[in-house]
Design a protein around this ligand. Sequence first.
Ligand code: C2O
Ligand code: CU
Length: 480
Amino acid sequence: MMNRRQFLLSSTAAAGVAGLAGVPIMAPARAADGFTEIRAMRAKAPLLGRDSPMTDVWSYNGVVPGPVVRAARGETIRVRLINELDDPTTIHWHGIRIDNAMDGVAGLTQEPVKPGDSFDYVFTAPDAGTYWYHSHNKSWEQMARGLYGRLIVEGDAEGFATDHILMIDDWRLGDGGAIDERSMGSMMDWSHGGRLGNWVTVNGTSYPELELTAGAANRLRLVNPSNARIYELEFKGLEAQLIGLDGQVFDRPRPLDGPLVLSPAQRADLMVTTGSEGEAELLALNGSDRVGLAGFRFMRGDGGNGPALLLKPNTLPEPDLDDALGVRLDMQGGAMGMMQGARMGRGDMSGGGMMGSGMMGGGMMGMRDLVQNGFAWAFNGVAGMPDKPLFAAPRGKSVRLTMVNDTRWPHAMHLHGHHFRVYSRNGRPEAQTPWRDTVLTNAGETVEIGFVADNSGKWLIHCHMAEHMAAGMVSWFDVA
Ligand code: C2O
Ligand code: CU
């Protein structure tokens, strides 16, 4: 297995060679009845680069990341998932304020799709922006093997000369570039920072180079489908301004001061510009190390000024904090944590508690027993899915959720079916109170969010570090 130094070395070495254009974007096939077909299937992917051995992956339609699903704001999306794998699977449409029955959560909103079976997803996308989709059955394994893709809802901006989607993933590869399977399900990873990789790809390949237009506004959509890695990204040689987060564009660009932090499942949309032809680079910072992830070449445009940039934010219901249901969520457990024990919830949700759960139902268990059952974390004293929801809200009610990270680890907290505003961290108001669907809560931090529970159904709330979710950081809420 590659060690960390080799990862850094090989990434830097890759930066020197001629850039790869990136894997071809395969247009998804359309069935006669108008459904876009997405096949979950085995494939080989050039993760290490074009002249290196291919990696066996699980894919959508043979490519990693999966095909770009595109729709206009408000349009109905019809996708048929055809499962050609030997394992059951589902697709979750991350960040879409979707009809609950189409949310793709195995064990909560649907049965997993068996090998050889198919499932029709039909939903409207109310908000334009940058989204993604991924397996929501044993995600800790299926996402690590490559089951994710891009979902773009058009209509939130005009005037960009180019538009690039960059999915940044880290893979844990062993000899010959094969996915390290032996470490899957490692309790060491599950109780610490999750499965971290040793090889970073952008759009499924090493160090792609992309063309941007000089003298114009270029759009970059960054997506982090990694199981657990938090990136700190920096741009070298270009001017980048933030135009949106988690699929919600702002009304105007905002300066980027300092590195851009992108936790698992988060997206960041950027406007990048330069006055003249030249080169630039996207870097990841890991402590003091800098790893080149992708290169950009600014090519001369067709001259003159492009059309004026126009951002068209979505309209989301504004929470009423004065008349909100107050809910507290304590995040507990993990290595070096203070948790002594917890009650054990259901372990079969979303692939959690993979060691099986013969011993379900209620009693307090010590840490050792929890770990033996595949759990290491808890929300409000319950590891895994509780029988009762974290909260129930009548439809249209505002919810003010205080999340307290009482662990030694960062967690990327995600709510299904809703976007929320981030109001404060440790009591300090959050600048611009951005709309998000996934928020990073650092060790020891208290983060306050609010949203209108306006989407009926049973919705998951979990840490998007896939191993943390599987090992207990998952609950649900009910909107009547
Ligand atoms: Cu990206 Cu439970 O989801
Ligand atoms: Cu976590």
